[in-house]
Design a protein around this ligand. Structure first.
Ligand SMILES: C[S@@+](CC[C@H](N)C(=O)[O-])C[C@H]1O[C@@H](n2cnc3c(N)ncnc32)[C@H](O)[C@@H]1O
Length: 217
């Protein structure tokens, strides 16, 4: 009989265990290490996804055969590198970042990773910039990792701009453990969750802060 606690895997996964599994399944090469450590060197917040989530993004995109991808929230380009490496030679990823300094650091990291021609870093507010990218769609995947107060809007945009079979992926889907609270970010994140099943087959994967994954019907 299954251990009832196994339904809550997070109880088993402490930092040491997560680091060990990341070393085995998601090791950093020079480019990933450079992007992951950039925030510390550049005075940026250390809020990239972890190696396990980066590798998960890459494998999900490969499973979906993704060619055209949108990322909302670039920071230093760490998750961008994981995802861009999943694309075929003629694939493209557009990543949106409102902070020009973050975008500049990300461009340097993407250049160092040899991915400058496969990725466009779009500087500006995602809500405005997404409209200008619609002509490149329909897209194969949309990864949301920016302002939590607007996840519901980003989810709606993804529903309108993903191809059938395309992926919606949202990080911080537990809203740092405060998903069921009253903050604006919690309300928007719940809206993001609640709207998804109408147009996606979806799940909230129990990563440390939750990863919503949906397949567009
Ligand atoms: C959590 S970080 C992204 C981390 C990155 N995806 C990774 O894992 O390497 C969020 C980024 O989104 C940017 N951001 C927040 N709100 C935004 C918006 N409305 N439009 C564009 N970028 C935004 C922030 O400046 C920050 O760099």
């Amino acid at each position: 009989m299954a251990d009832p606690q196994s339904r809550a895997g997070a109880r088993y996964a402490d930092e040491k265990l997560l680091a060990w599994t990341a070393d085995v399944h998601a090791p950093h090469d020079r480019a990933l290490e450079r992007a992951f450590t950039s925030p510390g060197r550049e005075g940026m917040p250390p809020i990239s996804v972890g190696p396990n989530e980066g590798r998960t993004l890459q494998l999900l995109l490969r499973l979906a055969g993704a060619r055209r991808v949108i990322e909302i929230g670039t920071l230093a380009g760490y998750s961008t590198i994981w995802m861009a490496r999943a694309l075929p030679a003629d694939g493209h990823l557009w990543t949106l970042e409102r902070d020009p300094r973050h975008a500049e650091v990300a461009r340097g990291n993407l250049e160092a990773a040899g991915l400058a021609d496969r990725v466009t870093v779009v500087v500006g507010d995602a809500v405005e910039e997404l409209a200008s990218l619609e002509g490149h769609g329909p897209f194969c995947a949309v990864f949301v990792d920016a302002d939590k107060e607007r996840y519901d809007r980003y989810g709606a945009w993804a529903a309108d701009n993903l191809r059938p079979g395309g992926l919606l992926i949202g990080d911080n889907a537990y809203f740092f453990g405060r998903l069921l609270g009253d903050e604006a970010g919690a309300v928007a994140m719940r809206g993001f969750h609640e709207a998804t099943p109408a147009t996606f087959d979806s799940v909230c994967m129990p990563t440390p802060d939750g990863l919503l994954v949906g397949i567009r019907r």
